[in-house]
Design a protein around this ligand. Structure first.
Ligand code: HOZ
Length: 429
């Protein structure tokens, strides 16, 4: 029996589904999850000693790959001075200064420990600031697992949102209105009906939790205009896109200034840290200045902040995102070209170090179109690539990630593997 299998069998006895986050269980693709024992640069090694080129990068944080020497050095230096104080440190101030400099819409920022906390807190401060309760989100955008955000659309726009998870009270879900991504008509209709009640609109400016879906021209501007008109707080969830698609996040690419932004992943470089920030008058609603409560024992943890600072400083090097984007484009377009040449309908999209590949004709605009992809072919492609030593996200509905440690060797190996896998899939089908 493989060591991965043995670890999975034992884990399932003690950890629900054998994993600490559902998608890791390989439920969507089948088979045995790989248990990793180490990572270096663009590569990871599983419990059986097999090596893979990693296109998950811990779901985004590892912008410079695994165990980058400068990030490790920063962590070592910080941890030797103490792991946690539960009191302010100068490092947190350095992080706040850097975040406000890199993302100009952030005038004040607060650190916490996970993207879920950041989005949950941003919603609370938006509700506290506006004195309103209702929020608007988009189907297929994921903003962590707090109750107000685990909500799917009801049967029509004017029906209440429904919980998308057990344990979420229907009464709470009813305060969340859900419409399709890129659907300007539905957004206008929602504002016409509920605009005066909307505390916040929360959106991934590039959606990375229904695979990878780009905003259509004018979509984010429409949200900006309607929020301004109705006194609604626009929240950009840049937990995934922040510092990954561009140094100033997706908002810098599209030229939109949200009231609030949530960040995570890259700002911890692989350690748990997240942040939410934005307009000074809104952030001033937070305790101890204002009445909106939010706190955390490990918020602003010095070791995590140090890893994040080192990660962000490396990303500030001239041309960093351009080079990252070129590698990502070469890998993803190369895979899609080989897929099409083998007769599969396939497209790819990427920005900076984040990408999506789809088994369908044409890029999807929203969740229903993402769901039209050929999942069975994706799953066979995924397992073929895994056997070849290429680790893609174990789900057709997740974005992929490339790091600065991925270079020409990784591009070549990945494309050669894809060619062999497509040739095999074609003969098998
Ligand atoms: N939230 C991630 C999927 N979009 C999964 C995180 C994980 O399993 O680590």
């Amino acid at each position: 029996m493989s060591r991965n299998q043995e670890l999975f069998d034992r884990s399932r006895q003690l950890i629900p589904g054998g994993v600490n986050s559902p998608v890791r269980a390989f439920g969507g693709v089948g088979g045995v999850p790989r248990f990793f024992q180490r990572g270096a640069g663009a590569r990871v090694q599983d419990a059986d000693g097999k090596s893979y080129i990693d296109y998950v990068c811990s779901w985004g944080p590892l912008l410079h790959g695994h165990a980058h020497p400068k990030v490790l050095e920063a962590v070592r230096t910080a941890m030797e001075k103490g792991l946690s104080f539960g009191a302010p440190t100068g490092l947190e101030l350095e992080m706040a200064e850097l975040l406000c400099e890199l993302v100009p819409s952030i005038e004040q920022v607060r650190l916490n420990s996970s993207g879920t906390e950041a989005t949950m807190s941003a919603i609370r401060v938006a509700r506290g600031f506006t004195g309103r309760s209702r929020i608007l989100k988009f189907d297929g955008c994921y903003h962590g697992h707090s109750d107000s955000l685990l909500v799917k659309a009801g049967s029509g726009l004017l029906t209440f949102g429904q919980p998308s998870s057990g344990g979420v009270p229907a009464e709470l879900a009813a305060l969340t209105t859900v419409v399709d991504y890129n659907d300007a008509t539905a957004v206008r209709a929602a504002f016409a009906e509920f605009g005066h009640e909307l505390a916040a609109v929360i959106v991934e400016p590039i959606a990375g939790n229904m695979n990878f879906v780009l905003p259509e021209a004018g979509f984010l501007q429409l949200l900006r205009d309607l929020c301004t008109e109705h006194g609604t707080v626009l929240i950009f969830d840049e937990v995934m896109t922040g510092f990954r698609v561009a140094l100033g996040g997706a908002q810098s690419l599209y030229g939109i200034r949200p009231e609030l932004t949530t960040l995570g992943k890259v700002i911890g470089g692989g350690l748990p840290i997240a942040a939410f920030g934005g307009r000074r008058d809104i952030m001033s609603c937070l305790a101890p200045v204002g009445s909106v409560y939010q706190a955390g024992t490990l918020s602003g943890n010095p070791v995590a902040v140090s890893a994040g600072l080192a990660t962000l400083r490396l990303a500030q090097e001239e041309g960093f995102h351009m080079a990252l984007g070129e590698v990502t484009h070469a890998v993803t377009e190369g895979i899609a070209e080989r897929g099409r040449a083998a007769g599969f309908p396939m497209v790819a999209a990427s920005v900076g170090g984040m990408f999506g590949i789809f088994f369908r004709n044409g890029l999807p605009r929203n969740l229903p179109e993402v769901m039209e992809c050929d999942r069975d072919t994706f799953n066979r492609f995924f397992h073929g690539m895994l056997d070849e030593g290429i680790y893609l996200a174990p789900s057709a509905y997740e974005a992929g990630f490339v790091s600065a440690a991925h270079g020409s060797a990784e591009i070549g190996e990945t494309l050669d593997a894809a060619e062999r896998v497509f040739a095999h899939l074609r003969t098998a089908s």
